[in-house]
Design a protein around this ligand. Structure first.
Ligand code: GCO
Ligand code: MG
Length: 432
């Protein structure tokens, strides 16, 4: 079949539910035939847009859309220096749009193109967060009644900034300095000093590892007391603790039988996963911060993780993700693609195409789509009874309503939308 050619490449910015999303649309020389892809790097949208409009677009106009692998390989090295979240998100937007086009031309949903379904639907996990163990438990109960079976649990550490919850605000009265790990300096004073009061994407504050670890362990004890072991619970450390405490924590939580423990370390501390493997059988998930094959391959090759948590657009799209999933299958590592609010519904549809077709699927993270988001993206994957279902339409099976998307322009943000600045009580930076 003669391949259509790329006629234009558009970048669409929209934030229907207060999270900045980046979409790529590839128009072909066949009227009405186009593809869509996710290029969402919510903290740095502009460089992704420039990388597409100023570099990939002139490089790709006129190329045949059939040749996805050749376009991916040549685009990947067209910058000579490669990898990293900016260039990979730009590449992902193009790549996912080409796969969407491939499915439309073959009149097949993408999972069929990838070898067909290995399961009817993809089990998802949702987030239960709260300022107390009881609040987390109550939200869990509601999710269980909706049919969810996998739930990520995160609780606030009283008086501190905690990932996955409202953070302590400056001068938070619940702060106490009778915590032996903090020493004599009045913590309340420190918090007032360091919070600059500006609005971050995630409000910052003071984080201390030991109070966090104690509150997380008390949460797991509470959850297992209240719900038993019939429900799967997950937890995201979000890289904030000194690595050796991560090794200790992975051992401490064994008795709570987590489905997985996520982001114990920052990517810079990958070597510590060797220690965890030697001392603990807690299932380990890592990957959302990886944006290069150099970070990913050793983790799979050495079986240092149980779940691949990669943010697919951060590694360049479906073309590399398919290969990483296949490598995972050979090494017994399962997939758990990153699925936060800052993955667009188009990105979630791309996750789902792999979830349904890969034998070594593990679990799919699902951040509940907002009402505006569902309007802007007709064909959003449907989630019911704790599972994500494909609509079986050709390609990714989802679209973007450009007119509606324009009604949700990017809002102004402090510092352009920086990730929150979280500091230790002594003022030193906490690395996410
Ligand atoms: C998760 C992630 C997210 C990230 C966010 C960064 O497990 O879903 O940790 O919450 O923090 O996607 O922009
Ligand atoms: Mg995470």
């Amino acid at each position: 079949m003669k391949s259509p050619k790329i006629k234009d490449i558009k970048v669409i910015f929209t934030e229907p539910d207060n999270i900045r999303l980046i979409i790529v649309k590839i128009l072909t020389d066949q009227d009405g035939l186009y593809g869509v892809g996710c290029a969402t790097f919510t903290q740095r949208p502009n460089p992704v847009k420039y990388a597409i409009e100023d570099y990939l677009k002139p490089f790709l106009i006129g190329k045949e859309v059939n040749n996805i692998e050749d376009i991916w390989q040549s685009s990947y090295v067209s910058s000579y220096w490669r990898n990293g979240p900016v260039l990979n998100n730009a590449l992902s937007g193009v790549d996912q749009a080409l796969w969407d086009l491939k499915g439309k031309m073959a009149d097949m949903p993408l999972y069929d193109l990838f070898g067909g379904k290995t399961r009817e639907a993809a089990a998802v996990y949702v987030h239960s967060s709260g300022d107390s163990n009881e609040e987390v438990g109550d939200k869990m109960q509601a999710f269980i009644e909706e049919g969810f079976h996998h739930i990520r649990v995160q609780v606030s550490t009283p008086g501190y900034s905690t990932y996955g919850n409202k953070s302590a605000k400056a001068g938070d009265k619940t702060l106490t300095n009778n915590d032996p790990t903090l020493g004599p300096i009045p913590v309340t004073k420190r918090l007032k000093d360091y919070s600059d009061g500006k609005l971050y994407a995630h409000p910052g504050g003071v984080f201390e590892p030991k109070p966090y670890l104690r509150s997380a362990l008390s949460l797991f004890e509470y959850i297992r007391d209240r719900f038993g072991y019939g429900i799967e619970i997950l937890h995201d450390v979000h890289e904030r603790i000194p690595p050796i405490l991560g090794v200790w924590f992975a051992k401490e939580v064994e008795k709570y039988q987590l489905f997985f423990l996520e982001d114990l370390f920052s990517p810079e501390d990958n070597e510590y996963f060797n220690m965890v493997r030697a001392q603990s059988s807690t299932p380990i998930a890592m990957g959302e911060l990886y944006s290069s094959p150099h970070e990913i391959v050793p983790m799979i090759k050495n079986r240092l993780i149980d779940f691949i948590r990669i943010h697919i657009s951060d590694i360049g799209g479906l073309t590399p993700a398919k290969k990483i999933a296949a490598m995972g299958e050979i090494f017994g590592v399962r997939t758990a693609w990153h699925g936060p609010g800052d993955t667009s519904p188009i990105g979630h549809a791309a996750n789902l195409a792999l979830d349904l077709s890969c034998y070594n699927f593990g679990i799919q993270e699902y951040s509940i789509f907002g009402e505006n988001t569902k309007e802007v993206f007709p064909g959003c994957p449907v989630v019911k009874q704790g599972m994500m279902w494909s609509n079986d339409k050709p390609g990714l099976g989802i679209d973007i309503d450009e007119k509606l998307a324009k009604k949700f322009p990017f809002k102004e943000r402090e510092y352009g939308g920086a990730w929150d600045t979280v500091r230790r009580a002594d003022g030193s930076m906490v690395k996410p």
